[in-house]
Design a protein around this ligand. Structure first.
Ligand code: BMA
Length: 837
């Protein structure tokens, strides 16, 4: 029944002074969130809740109202300009008080704080993403203790760091674009970068104890992280664990036992070991390797197979302490393929094979689900991840300006088979390379990689968002001192982060930047001449001035990890945070919630290109129509772009472009009821785009495109088996909504492929249904394409812009689907009629 312990390695070593996480209960723990906390500034004090944050406490105290009401993001900025303290009184549990080592463990402090126990400083924090462990045994008394966190204004701190740095040279940009209406210097503080504002969100630079906080006492060893490596052998699998621990003292030998149990794999082992920590950090690890004698079921991305997860329990026992941890893990292999042969020597391919199957990554980009980190609740996270899965996403890219998310996010992704492209938290900036910065970043990366390593959904770590491109393309004026900024760039991502990730986690690839040219960027000394090349790696592509409804206008990259178009939120959302004075397209409020420079003009331009402009966008009715029309435009544009990328899956265009294996639109969710690229609004309402994504990300999809005077129907299939399909094309009239002629053909659709499945000449088929030809800009017909013999969404090809279509509004019936977007009904319904046919 059992496998034997094949090896036991002992690794005790140098480590870092802070962090390590554990999600499960350990022995001898005292939860400090249960005590009465107080929030204080120079003049006042308020009851507080931990975990939490200053804005949430001030709302509860009645000092602040709805953060997003009209211009409150400006009105409440004073909160972030001041210093705040959190304080609690507590007595230590007797069992803990007796222990030889007592740690104050803080899973998340946001951000810069000095920490005191009974007025003695026990430590400080400067990084929201680090788990802090403070030794406090000597400061505790047997009786009432006072714990105080003195938080410094993050805005003030970032400015001080900028000033100090700038006395040598400035680490740019000097500030975010004025359109963001944000605070400067987020790149000088290790905090959610978007909390100082972004082009889709407001500035609320919070402070607080945003994760749990507790005492841990032990006499010998304490369990910290368990890293799980499932390693495929020539036959079968091997399970390798790296178990990290804290020791009560440095340079003292401890003995212990690890009980390892994976019931469903019939693994039950007890491993004895000796260990000691060599350094004052008192951290060490031991490694356990076990052969898996039964054949495990694999974990697959959604759509490719099931998401089998195995439960493991690890118990650490010594003569005086017991601790345990349960986790779910999965068996799967990952390969990031980059070869010249596959793309005819014109660059390198760039795609992921999971369990040896090439996967087309379909999904969107993830930003924080709330501007206040404590409000990214498990319910909210699960709702959003589930919404992505329901809309046929198989991927989420966690964007580098946000956060490492709570455990529930990764658990949901593991369970639903959403693969995670995980940026590290650096975005759209240069970053310091001073020792203090590299040291805190090292602790952060080590902690987060160890915390998250066992999740099968994470398939890649990426060093940053867009910083290679920002540097190469001189976004912030770094060219005058390019070599200096490049040296900083390399110091942070290549010389500091990369070796840590490689040492900690050999189970998934690391790319230095996103987007990048992948291996080619590395070969060009990590800052490629053209990091946005379509022949390599991934790209981010935005163009708001083109005809975005014509797929042929889009590039043909290896992988698109970002692209998108803005839309307004539904009027229902807007109404909640505005007054009627704001309901005009050129109102101060409508400008205030548009943080992307020129965004409102761009949305209007796109609407006018395809749809009828409401007669008066500054009147209430016209404004409401714009909320709807911008959503139609967004949905249609992202649909066109996504289908274009899917059409090039595994195919080259003759010039070495294509072999596309990823389409992740920007962005899944909103952080406030403002204008943005999101497909899900702040209150959870799906925008039209999200409904569309369910279809354009379907496993098998007909994609009609007008090319050389013909309708070409491509089929993109992520099905793992070939299927016989019927391709059916129907010409349909706008005026009567009646079907004209239909045409069909048979096609054997190969698995995991995009193919041209049928072609019909427009000048033949349109007259056969009495329709105008495409050259006449007064359109009477559109085309519907469906597949038979397989479950696939029907697709629609418009042939002209709806503003030019001849339709008869009387024939259009009500549809619940249309009402979801809360657009004005009436004649505008015709523009989404193809969704309900
Ligand atoms: C990319 C992202 C974000 C931004 C988005 C839309 O640059 O990485 O920084 O919000 O585009 O502009």
């Amino acid at each position: 029944m059992m496998s034997a312990v094949k090896s036991l390695l002992l690794l005790c070593s140098v480590a870092w002074s802070v962090n390590r996480v554990r999600n499960e209960p350990l022995s001898n723990i005292q939860d400090l969130t249960v005590f009465d906390w107080i929030l204080k500034n120079d003049t006042s004090s308020y009851p507080a809740i931990v975990p939490g944050g200053v804005y949430t406490d001030l709302i509860r105290a009645g000092i602040l109202d709805d953060l997003y009401y009209r211009f409150n993001d400006f009105a409440y900025r004073w909160v972030s300009y001041g210093d705040w303290s959190y304080e609690a009184k507590f007595t230590v549990d007797e069992t803990i008080f007796q222990k030889q080592r007592i740690l104050l463990v803080c899973d998340g402090l946001d951000t810069v704080a000095d920490v005191f126990v009974n007025d003695q400083q026990v430590g400080s924090s400067d990084n929201m993403f680090v788990q802090y462990k403070f030794d406090i045994k000597d400061s505790l008394i047997d009786g009432e203790n006072t714990l105080t966190f003195k938080f410094k204004s993050p805005v003030q701190y970032a400015k001080e760091q900028w000033d100090a740095q700038s006395s040598e040279y400035p680490v740019l940009p000097e500030c975010v674009d004025p359109a963001y209406r944000g605070e400067c210097h987020a790149n000088h503080i290790r905090k959610m970068q978007a909390s100082f504002a972004w082009d889709w969100g407001p500035s609320f630079p919070s402070v607080g104890i945003w994760k749990s906080i507790r005492l841990e006492g032990f006499d010998t060893l304490q369990l910290r992280d368990v890293l799980v490596f499932t390693e495929k052998q020539s036959e079968g699998w091997k399970l390798r664990l790296v178990v990290h621990m804290d020791t009560a003292e440095a340079n003292v030998q401890y003995s212990g036992k690890i009980d390892l149990q994976v019931k469903d794999l019939q693994i039950q082992e007890t491993i004895e070991f000796y260990t000691f920590a060599e350094t004052e950090s008192r951290e060490c690890s031991t490694e356990v390797t076990v052969n898996v004698d039964v054949t495990p079921e694999l974990w697959w991305p959604r759509g490719y197979g099931s998401q089998r997860l195995y439960e493991m329990s690890v118990t650490l026992q010594t003569s005086q302490d017991v601790a345990y941890k349960n986790l779910l893990f999965g068996f799967r292999t990952i390969e990031l393929v980059q070869t010249a042969e596959e793309v005819d020597g014109q660059g390198l391919s760039f795609y992921f094979k999971i369990n040896s199957v090439p996967i087309f990554l379909k999904g969107s980009n993830w930003i924080p689900s709330h501007i206040l980190p404590e409000n990214s609740t498990p319910e909210k996270l699960r709702f959003l991840v589930r919404s992505a899965a329901e809309a046929n996403h198989n991927t989420l890219r966690i964007w580098g300006g946000g956060m490492f998310e709570a455990a529930e996010f990764y658990q949901a992704a593991d369970e639903l088979g959403l693969v995670i492209w995980h940026d590290f938290m650096f975005a759209c900036s240069m970053y310091p390379s001073k020792d203090w910065f590299l040291s805190t970043v090292s602790a952060e990366i080590r902690h987060q990689v160890r915390r998250l390593q066992h999740h099968p959904s994470i398939i890649v770590w990426a060093g940053n968002n867009e910083n290679e491109k920002a540097l190469r393309d001189n976004w912030y004026g770094t060219n005058s001192n390019f070599e200096l900024y490049k040296a900083d760039y390399k110091k942070l991502y290549v010389e500091t982060i990369r070796p840590i990730v490689i040492a900690e986690d050999s189970s998934r690839p690391f790319v230095v930047s996103s987007p990048s040219n992948g291996l080619a960027s590395e070969e060009e000394d990590f800052v490629a001449i053209n990091p946005g090349s379509y022949n390599y790696g991934d790209i981010h592509y935005y163009n708001y001035f083109m005809d975005a409804w014509d797929p042929k206008n889009f590039p043909i990259p290896r992988m698109a990890t970002e692209y998108g178009f803005q839309a307004m939120p539904s009027f229902r959302s807007i109404k909640r945070v505005t007054t009627s004075d704001d309901w005009s397209y050129n109102s101060t409020w409508n400008d205030h919630v548009q943080h992307h420079p020129g965004g409102n003009s761009e949305m209007l331009l796109q609407v006018e290109m395809h749809l009828p402009r409401p007669s008066n966008i500054d009147a209430e009715e016209g404004f409401k129509q714009m909320t709807y029309l911008t959503q139609v435009n967004q949905a249609m544009s992202v649909k066109a772009e996504t289908e274009w990328y899917r059409r090039w899956m595994g195919k080259l265009n003759g010039e070495g472009l294509g072999y596309t294996y990823g389409a992740m639109y920007w962005q899944l969710q909103d952080i406030w009821p403002g204008h943005s690229w999101a497909s899900i609004e702040y209150d959870g309402n799906w925008k039209l785009l999200h409904y569309y994504s369910k279809d354009f990300f379907a496993s098998i999809l007909p994609i009609p495109i007008v090319e050389e005077g013909a309708v070409r129907v491509y089929i993109s299939s992520d099905l793992v088996e070939p299927v016989n399909v019927g391709v059916q094309l129907v010409v349909q009239r706008y005026d009567s909504l009646e079907d004209g002629r239909s045409y069909s053909s048979e096609f054997l659709m190969p698995a995991l492929s995009s193919e041209l499945a049928g072609e019909w000449v427009l000048s033949t088929i349109l007259p056969e249904s009495g329709c105008d030809t495409p050259s006449i800009n007064d359109f009477s017909c559109f085309i519907r394409v469906s597949l038979t013999g397989v479950s696939a969404p029907t697709n629609v090809l418009l042939l002209s812009d709806p503003k030019d279509a001849k339709y008869n509004k009387a024939t259009i019936s009500d549809s619940p689907r249309l009402q979801i977007s809360e657009g004005p009904m009436g004649p505008l319904k015709v523009y989404t009629i193809w969704r309900v046919l």
